[in-house]
Design a protein around this ligand. Structure first.
Ligand SMILES: Cc1cc2nc3c(=O)[nH]c(=O)nc-3n(C[C@H](O)[C@H](O)[C@H](O)COP(=O)(O)OP(=O)(O)OC[C@H]3O[C@@H](n4cnc5c(N)ncnc54)[C@H](O)[C@@H]3O)c2cc1C
Length: 623
C-alpha cells in the first residue's frame, strides 16, 4: 500500500557525485528539493580511484566551482595530496589532480547536504516514477512512500541492475557490496526509454602495513599550496605521499596462465568497458610486447591503512589477484583487504535527452552522471549540476541553461553525449575540446561565474571574490599595456641581456615584452616595473599576454562556429518532409532532434550536403 508522503518541486534520485550537485543546485536556486538515496553512509562515495581532477577533469571541477557547485570546495576540504600535472606543457592542458581522503570527502558532503536550506535527505530505494500524459507526476519508494513532483533528476550511477563479477563469482549488487536498483530500471523501460549495458572495474585494495615501500618510488605532493575552488581558504593541510611501482614479466605470466578464467575473455562480461581505463588483464593481452606497466599505490585516506592500487583494476578470480599482487615489487607479502571486481549496469542511451539533460520523451525527467553512459566522478558532478539547474529553471518557468562547446568543457561533454553515439563509457579528454586554449582550468571563473550569478547559483560571497579579481586583473592589464620602454632604457637592456634575449628595437609595452618566451612576469615584480598582485592575477595576465595570438585565432573560429549555432531548428520540424535528405540523416535527425544547424552538423551520419539541404529548407520555411 502506498501512502502520500509529501510534495517537492524537484526530487533527485541518488546521492553520488551527480546527485549531490543536482540537489544542492536545485535547493540553492530556491526549489524545495528531496534527495533520495540507497545509503546515507555512502553519500558522494568514491567506489574506485580516490582522486579528483587530472586532464580535462580538473577543468570540469573548476567549471562546476565557477558556477556555484560543490565538488571543488569539497575536495579542497578533503584532499591528502594535490599536484599540478602537465607542467611541462602549455596552460591549455595543465591540470590539478588531488588525492582524496575518500571517507572525509563523503563526510564533508553529508554535512553540506544536511546544512542546505530547502533540501531534505531521505534514505530509500525509488522503485517507480509515475507519469501522467508523458509528464513526471510522482516517485514511489520501496517502502510505499509516494512523493508528488513534476521534476525528477535520476543519478543512479552503476546501480541499475548492477551485477558484480570477479572470476567465476557473480552476483547482483551495487558498488562496494551495496544492493542494486532493479525495479527502477524496469520503470524506465516501461516509459519507453532505451537502456544499454556497460561495465567498469576496480582494483584490489591492500593493507599499508604489509607494503615494502623501500622497493617503490615515493611521489610527494607539490609544495605549492594548490586549491581547486576559487573561494576556498588557502590550504594548510599536510600532504601525504603516493608510491610508484610496476608489474613484472612474472605478473604478466600469472595473468596469461589464468586468462581462460578471466570473465572479460570468457564472454561472461557482456557490457563494454571504458577504453581509456582498461582492466589490467586487458592491458596485458593488448600490449603483449610490454613487460611492465606502471602502478601507483595511493592512500584511501588519512585515518586508514587501506591503499588503492591504481592501474590494477581487474575482474580476475580472487586467488589470481593475490598471486598478481605478490609478483609486484614492494607487494611480495601484501595482504589484500578488498578484492577487485567488475560491475555491469544498465545506462540510459543519452541521445534520448535534450542539451538541458531533460528527456525528450518524458517531460520533467532529467538524467545525469554514469546513468547517461559516462565514467568518472567529475563528469557525473558536472552533469548533475546542469540537470539540477535545469530542473530548477523549469520549476521557475525559465529558459534552460545550456553551455556551448566554446564556453566550457561541460558544454563539450553534454553536446558529445547527446549528439554522438558511443559504444563505451564516455570519458572527457582534452582532445575532445576544439577550443581548449580558451577552456583552461585557470580561467573557468572568468568564463562562467557571471552565468552562475544570472541563474541564481553564485552567492554574494563568491560574487564579491570574483568582482574583486576582475577589477584587479583589469588594473594589472592596464598597467602592462601602459608601461612602455624604448631601446634607450638601460634597465631593460640589461634585463634582456641577462635572459639572453634580443634588445628592444622599438617602443615596447610590458605586455608586448611578455610575449617573449624568456620574459617572465615575476621578473617584472623583481625589477620594480609592476606592483605586487595576487599570484593568480599574475598567472592570468601572463597566459593572456603570451598566448594572445592563439587565443584571438580561436575566438575567430568560435565566431564562425556561432553563426551555424545561431541558426535554430524549429522543434516541430518533420525531417521526413525535408526533400532529398539521406535516409540515414532522417533517422539520426529524428532521433537526436538537434536544436541548431551547428548541432546537426556534429551528428555522425549527417553529411555537409545534408546540412546544405536543411539550410535551404529552413530558409524556405521562414519565407
Ligand atoms: C567498481 C567501479 C569502478 C569504477 N572505476 C572508475 C574509474 O576507474 N575511473 C572513473 O573515472 N570512474 C570509475 N567509476 C565510475 C565512478 O564511480 C562513477 O562515474 C561516479 O561515481 C558516478 O557518479 P554518479 O553520481 O553518476 O553515480 P554514483 O556515484 O554511483 O551514485 C549513484 C547513487 O544513486 C543511488 N541510487 C541508485 N539507485 C537508487 C534508487 N533506486 N533509489 C535511490 N537511490 C539510488 C546510490 O545509492 C548512489 O548514491 C567506477 C565505478 C565503479 C562502481
Amino acid at each position: 500500500m502506498n501512502y502520500e508522503a509529501g510534495k517537492y518541486d524537484v526530487v533527485v534520485i541518488g546521492a553520488g557525485h551527480a546527485g549531490c550537485e543536482a540537489a544542492l543546485a536545485s535547493a540553492r536556486m530556491g526549489c524545495s528539493t528531496l534527495l533520495v538515496t540507497l545509503s546515507v553512509e555512502n553519500i558522494a562515495l568514491m567506489p574506485c580511484n580516490p582522486s579528483i581532477g587530472g586532464p580535462a577533469k580538473a577543468q570540469l571541477v573548476r567549471e562546476i566551482d565557477a558556477l556555484g557547485g560543490e565538488m571543488g570546495i569539497n575536495i579542497d576540504k578533503a584532499n591528502i595530496q594535490i599536484r599540478l600535472i602537465n607542467t611541462g606543457k602549455g596552460p591549455a592542458v595543465q591540470s590539478l589532480r588531488a588525492q582524496a581522503d575518500k571517507h572525509e570527502y563523503g563526510r564533508e558532503m553529508i554535512k553540506t547536504i544536511l546544512g542546505q536550506k530547502g533540501l531534505h535527505l531521505l534514505m530509500a530505494e525509488v522503485e517507480e516514477i509515475e507519469t501522467v500524459d508523458e509528464k513526471v507526476n510522482a516517485i514511489v519508494t520501496r517502502t510505499g512512500a509516494r512523493y508528488q513532483c513534476q521534476n525528477v533528476v535520476i543519478t543512479t550511477g552503476t546501480y541499475l541492475k548492477g551485477r558484480i563479477i570477479a572470476g567465476e563469482v557473480m552476483y547482483d549488487g551495487g558498488p562496494g557490496n551495496q544492493f542494486p536498483a532493479v525495479k527502477l530500471a524496469d520503470s524506465l523501460r516501461a516509459m519507453g526509454i532505451r537502456l544499454g549495458r556497460f561495465k567498469t572495474g576496480t582494483p584490489p585494495r591492500v593493507d599499508r602495513k604489509s607494503v615494502n615501500f623501500s622497493k617503490t618510488i615515493e611521489m610527494p605532493g607539490d609544495i605549492q599550496p594548490w586549491r581547486f575552488s576559487y573561494i576556498s581558504p588557502q590550504p594548510v593541510r599536510e600532504q601525504l605521499s603516493c608510491w610508484l611501482t610496476h608489474s613484472t614479466p612474472e605478473t604478466h605470466r600469472i595473468v596469461m596462465d589464468n586468462i581462460e578464467r578471466a570473465p572479460l575473455f570468457t564472454g561472461v562480461i557482456k557490457g563494454k568497458g571504458p577504453r581509456y581505463c582498461p582492466s589490467f588483464e586487458d592491458k596485458v593481452v593488448r600490449f603483449a610486447h610490454k613487460s611492465s606497466h606502471q602502478l601507483f599505490i595511493e592512500p584511501e585516506g588519512r585515518d586508514t591503512d587501506e591503499m588503492y592500487i591504481q592501474g590494477l583494476n581487474t575482474s580476475l578470480p580472487e586467488d589470481v589477484q593475490v598471486q598478481v599482487l605478490h609478483s609486484i615489487p614492494g607487494m611480495e607479502e601484501v595482504r589484500m583487504i578488498r578484492t577487485g571486481y567488475a560491475i555491469e549496469y544498465d545506462y540510459v542511451i543519452p541521445s534520448q535527452a535534450k542539451l538541458s539533460l531533460e528527456s525528450k520523451m518524458v517531460e520533467g525527467l532529467f538524467t545525469a552522471g554514469q546513468i547517461n553512459g559516462t565514467s568518472g566522478y567529475e563528469e557525473a558532478a558536472a552533469q548533475g549540476l546542469i540537470a539540477g539547474i535545469n530542473a530548477a529553471l523549469k520549476v521557475q518557468a525559465r529558459e534552460p541553461f545550456i553551455l556551448k562547446r566554446s564556453e566550457a568543457y561541460i558544454g563539450v561533454m553534454i553536446d558529445d553525449l547527446i549528439t554522438k553515439e558511443s559504444d563505451e563509457p564516455y570519458r572527457l579528454l582534452t582532445s575532445r575540446a576544439e577550443y581548449r586554449l580558451l577552456l583552461r582550468q585557470d580561467n573557468a571563473d572568468l568564463r562562467l561565474t557571471e552565468k552562475g550569478r544570472q541563474i541564481g547559483l553564485v552567492d554574494d560571497f563568491r560574487w564579491a571574490i570574483f568582482t574583486e579579481k576582475k577589477k584587479s586583473l583589469a588594473e594589472g592589464t592596464h598597467l602592462l599595456h601602459k608601461t612602455t620602454f624604448t631601446p634607450a632604457d638601460k634597465d631593460v637592456d640589461k634585463y634582456l641581456t641577462s635572459k639572453e634575449g634580443a634588445p628592444l628595437r622599438d617602443k615596447t609595452s610590458l605586455w608586448e615584452m611578455l610575449r617573449r618566451t624568456e620574459v617572465k612576469i615575476e621578473d617584472y615584480l623583481n625589477q620594480g616595473w609592476l606592483p605586487p598582485f595576487q599570484p593568480e592575477i599574475l598567472e592570468q595576465m601572463e597566459i593572456q599576454a603570451k598566448y594572445e595570438g592563439y587565443i584571438n585565432k580561436q575566438q575567430e573560429q568560435v565566431q564562425r562556429f556561432e553563426r551555424m549555432e545561431s541558426k535554430r531548428i524549429p522543434e516541430d520540424i518533420d525531417y521526413n518532409q525535408v526533400y532529398s535528405l539521406s535516409n540515414e540523416s532522417v533517422q539520426r535527425l529524428n532521433e537526436i532532434r538537434p536544436q541548431s544547424l551547428g548541432h546537426a552538423s556534429r551528428i555522425a551520419g549527417v553529411s555537409p550536403a545534408d546540412i546544405n539541404i536543411l539550410l535551404i529548407y529552413l530558409a524556405k520555411r521562414r519565407n
